[in-house]
Design a binder for this molecule. Structure first.
Ligand code: ADP
Ligand code: MG
Length: 573
């Protein structure tokens, strides 16, 4: 809630303009019945058409002012809430971009999405809704009660009694409704979680024929939501007729007590009854807004959690911006993922010269990806140091460090857009020739040229209209185009056939020899890494061997075992 108030405080001008128009609207609402009383008591009773027309005109004027007030109030209230929503989304997005992988792991990407979309909308609706009623409710209550006293002082005690009973009913309604609406919100969150999880894993669910199981889970969540909704609305269903009953009984009592002294004041009585309903309506609105407040408070809490997430990585006091050549040093590096007791890397030390190609081999889960992720500082080592050109990566300006590194992740990431846009994404200023050259080096030119639209072929989200191997080659080409000093290839030739893979590796070798680029080449296949200058052999986060293929064949039993299992009798030698 504090977040919402803070954000509104940032737009005082718009907010108070809206409030000003809200007061005009309220005032108009309050004046209408008073003039109606006059029409009835002075005009209708005396059959005085002139007066009827006069008061009618006044009422029309008030209605016009009220409508103008309402329209402008609406305009400013919407603008305030929309602006706050827009700013919150921008802030959240900016914050997420600033966070490290560790933070993102903790907050979970899909939940971040819900917060940026749904939760901000919830807050926005609350701000908009409360700006309709905020000042109006107390102003209406006070104004209407004062006017009841002015119009019909003799009937006031009865009206006050009706109002008290109805207000008590509304309060009881809120008391019972509030926790039920809170529960409704919880159930809705649960339903959202279940659907989100299902939708993000729909392929796996289908592959495992687990639709039925997921359906049950969803049905249970949907039923929970429906039950909570029914429980919440049941409360409303009981109370709103009760309130109506009270008001109608009250009117009967009023008419019962109506006597000769009130003759000629029937219009005033009508006006007072009208004021009474205005008060009740305002109270009803308040209780509605309070129900929305439950949701908005929960949403604002979730949004605040992101905004206040402390970045897991500290910025260097005076970050270094060296010209990076591409030397990589690991000194006794250990690492564990947050919330995991197991160490993913244990005491790793090695040194790679600039321009060298380092193969990294090891079974799944051995820590290959983790190791290379420490170089661009996607994560920070728990102990030991990672150095590039002899400078600690933590002491460097992240933009300088990452500007010199290109990462081709295990899962090729392409964006919606043309192939050209995707390739130029790493370096928007590259020329057409260098783009085509990069594609050629990554063996992507052939299949791109075979498309009718060539480089202007539009890719769907994540490159859905390409094969795995095509996506991998495009992401390698994109990385080459950046002309990095350090190239990280995380098992990104796995979907290529042997001869295409060999051609891609030759292309990379040529780039490396030409530009002095250091290459970290991860693979589970020995045939991919065996021609690297030197090879790191990992198992269970430990470094079992580091050397050339020949050295490892001689000294590293695990490497030999991998070789035996994959290549066997030396067919590939
Ligand atoms: P590889 O790339 O060799 O397959 P990884 O470096 O991805 O291995 O994983 C090494 C270990 O760290 C594994 O035990 C894996 O379960 C764990 N791990 C990887 N990523 C994360 C993560 N984001 N959070 C927690 N644990 C992780
Ligand atoms: Mg991996």
């Amino acid at each position: 809630m504090k977040l919402i108030i803070d954000r509104i405080a940032g737009h005082k001008k718009m907010f108070f303009t809206a409030m000003f128009f809200l007061l005009i609207e309220t005032f108009a609402d309050l004046m209408q019945p008073t003039f109606m009383a006059r029409v009835v008591d002075e005009g209708v009773k005396n059959k005085d058409v002139g007066r009827i027309i006069l008061y009618g005109a006044v009422m029309l004027g008030i209605a016009a002012a009220g409508a103008a007030g309402a329209v402008l109030r609406n305009l400013f209230a919407s603008r305030t809430s929309q602006t706050i929503g827009k700013e919150l989304r921008a802030d959240l997005y900016g914050k997420v971009l600033e966070l490290s992988f560790e933070n993102i792991d903790r907050l979970q990407p899909s939940s971040i999405v819900t917060r940026i979309t749904n939760d901000v909308t919830q807050m926005q609706n609350f701000i908009n809704g409360s700006m309709r009623i905020m000042l109006k409710a107390p102003a209406t209550c006070i104004g209407a009660i004062a006017l009841i006293i002015a119009q019909t002082p003799r009937q006031f005690p009865v009206m006050a009694a009706i109002l008290c009973v109805s207000a008590a009913l509304i309060a009881a309604n809120m008391r019972l409704g509030y926790p039920r609406f809170a529960r409704l919100q919880k159930r809705l969150d649960r339903l959202n979680d279940v659907s989100r999880e299902f939708l993000s894993s729909v392929r796996v669910v289908k592959a495992f024929n687990a639709e039925e199981k997921e359906e049950h889970k969803f049905a249970a969540a949907a039923e929970g939501f429906a039950d909570a909704g029914i429980a919440a609305t049941r409360v409303l269903a009981v109370f709103s007729p009760l309130i109506n009953l009270t008001v109608n009984m009250g009117i009967i009592v009023l008419l019962w007590l109506y006597d000769a002294r009130d003759a000629g004041r029937i219009g005033r009585l009508m006006a007072s009854v009208n004021y009474m309903t205005q008060v009740l309506f305002a109270l009803g609105m308040v209780s509605n807004i309070l129900n929305n407040a439950v949701r908005a408070a929960a949403s604002s809490e979730r949004v605040r959690e992101i905004l206040e997430e402390a970045p897991a990585q500290k910025k260097a006091a005076s970050p270094l911006k060296p010209d990076i050549r591409g030397e990589i040093t690991f000194k006794n590096v250990s690492f564990a993922y947050a919330g995991s007791s197991k160490t993913a890397l244990e005491n790793i030390s090695f040194f790679a010269r600039a321009g060298e190609t380092i193969g990294i081999i090891g079974p799944t889960g051995s820590g290959k990806t983790t190791l290379v992720n420490l170089v661009p500082r996607f994560y920070d080592a728990a102990s030991g140091s990672v150095l590039v050109d002899g400078f600690g990566v933590n002491d460097m300006e992240p933009e300088t460090l990452r500007g010199a590194i290109a990462v081709v992740p295990q899962k090729a990431l392409l964006f919606t857009g043309t192939i050209r846009e995707n390739l130029l994404w790493g370096d928007g200023g590259a020329s057409e020739e260098s783009m085509r050259a990069a594609a050629r080096l990554a063996c992507a030119d052939e299949f791109v040229d075979s498309f009718p639209d060539g480089y202007d072929t539009v890719l769907g989200q994540g490159g859905v209209n390409l094969s795995g191997g095509q996506k991998q080659r495009l992401s390698i080409a994109r990385a080459i185009l950046r002309k990095p000093k350090i190239m990280i290839l995380d098992d990104c030739t796995s979907a290529l056939d042997a001869s295409t893979e060999a051609a891609v590796l030759r292309g990379l070798r040529a780039v490396s020899e030409h530009s002095g680029m250091t290459v970290l080449l991860i693979s589970q296949r020995i045939s991919t890494v065996m021609r690297a200058d030197r090879i790191l052999c990992l198992e269970d986060g430990r470094l079992l061997g580091f050397g050339t293929h020949a050295e490892l064949m001689r000294d590293c039993p695990v490497y030999q075992a991998i070789y035996e299992s994959q290549i066997g009798g030396g067919k590939l030698g």
